[in-house]
Ligand binder design. Structure first.
Ligand code: NAP
Ligand code: G4F
Length: 321
């Protein structure tokens, strides 16, 4: 039997690279869509470059999406590409809407044209819950996004539901709460904290400048979350699922765990910098993943504390080298 074929958009990102690792382990033929850049930024997939096939494409360009699908002939499509940094979505609101919102419709249209029998995964986000209407949040909780990114993701979410219902596509939205790990970009708060904890310990940084320390998130471990994405596409019927840990921590908790692990004191090194505060904040997110547990048999494996400690250790090792 020939190997199943998967296409990952956003394969150079945190989740895309972990998902490529997982699917290769499961025997898939893995294709990735990458956008052209004058300097290649493929660090996260360097270790598997000779085992995957890359296609040039961009969510802004319909022709490239159709050609990518024709070349890859995927059984499963994972749409992970997006402008994913919430803070930048206020600086580039319409570009965020194009990438993160309308880009989903472009890919669904390309799928309808080229491979309507394929299964489609959309990377939806807990940021859509924003100013939360219910605690904890589940698949039925109404959305109240608080950023241009959250608004764009809500559009991407509903267009996925709409194409499933309009055209009978196997299209699923995974509403994933924050997930982190050693491949997280440095601008996101967990990695910023763990990198600085390591750098401060090594005398390579003097301070850590942060915005709102009181914001709370339900933070999980990225390798667990890509497993959930794959499980969603193995179901006979496409539905939407919340993926979370069911536990919330504040940004301050994150600093305390990282600094404690590195033998540092929060008060000596953390400086509050208003430029990192957002025009509208999401104060508290906590997810209810009962449906994923019962239907997908999915459970998180790594606690927040374990994850932050392993991120500090990885940053320390990398900076020391
Ligand atoms: P990430 O590390 O920022 O990766 C984003 C990926 O999208 C990168 O590969 C990037 O390519 C690609 N991309 C951006 N714009 C593109 C465009 N116009 N055309 C083609 N590719 C484009 O994000 P992540 O953390 O892995 O997240 C994956 C997805 O899940 C995103 O959609 C994100 O919004 C969503 N999500 C993430 C979380 C989380 O906590 N991580 C939670 C919920 C939802 P370059 O390398 O060229 O920039
Ligand atoms: O790490 P963050 O930038 O993640 P955020 O905004 O929650 O978004 C992430 O999770 C979403 C899922 O809910 C994804 F959809 C999205 O793509 C992304 O992966 O910020 C977390 C919290 C915020 O409340 C922010 O205000 O940390 C607070 N924070 C405080 N100081 C900071 C900082 N965030 C950043 N990035 N940098 C700071 O200095």
């Amino acid at each position: 039997m020939s190997a199943r074929r998967a296409l990952i958009t956003g394969i150079t990102g945190q989740d895309g690279s972990h998902l490529a690792d997982l699917l290769l382990d499961k025997g898939y033929e893995v294709h990735g869509m990458v956008r052209r850049s004058s300097t290649e930024k493929f660090e996260r997939i360097e270790h598997l470059r000779d085992r995957i096939t890359l296609h040039q494409g961009d969510l802004l360009d319909q022709r490239s999406l159709v050609d990518t699908l024709r070349a890859a002939r995927p059984d499963e499509i994972y749409n992970l590409a997006a402008m994913s940094f919430v803070a930048v979505s206020w600086i580039q609101p319409t570009l965020t809407a194009e990438f993160t919102g309308v880009g989903v419709t472009r890919l669904l249209e390309a799928m309808r044209e080229v491979c309507p029998q394929a299964r489609f995964y959309q990377a939806s986000s807990s940021e859509m819950f924003g100013k939360v209407r219910q605690v904890p949040q589940n698949e039925a909780t109404p959305f109240y996004p608080r950023s241009p990114y959250g608004v764009a993701k809500a559009y991407g979410h509903f267009i996925t539901v709409n194409y499933r219902e309009s055209y009978d596509l196997h299209a699923t939205s995974g509403i994933l709460f924050n997930h982190e790990g050693t491949r997280r970009a440095l601008e996101f708060v967990t990695r910023k904290i763990t990198w600085h904890a390591a750098a401060l310990k090594l005398g390579m940084a003097k301070e850590l400048r942060l915005g709102n320390l009181d914001a709370e998130r339900d933070w999980g471990y990225a390798p667990d979350y890509v497993e959930a994405m794959w499980r969603m596409l193995q179901q006979d019927h496409a539905e939407d699922y919340v993926i979370a840990t069911g536990k919330a921590h504040s940004v301050r908790d994150c600093v305390e765990i990282a600094f404690d692990h590195a033998g540092l004191e929060l008060d000596r090194h953390v400086v509050i910098d208003d430029s990192f505060k957002r025009p509208a904040e999401v104060d508290h997110l906590i997810g209810d993943y009962s449906k994923a547990r019962e239907t997908l048999g999915w459970e998180p494996t790594t606690s927040f504390e374990e994850m932050i400690r392993l991120m500090v250790d990885a940053d320390y090792k990398q900076l020391k080298a």
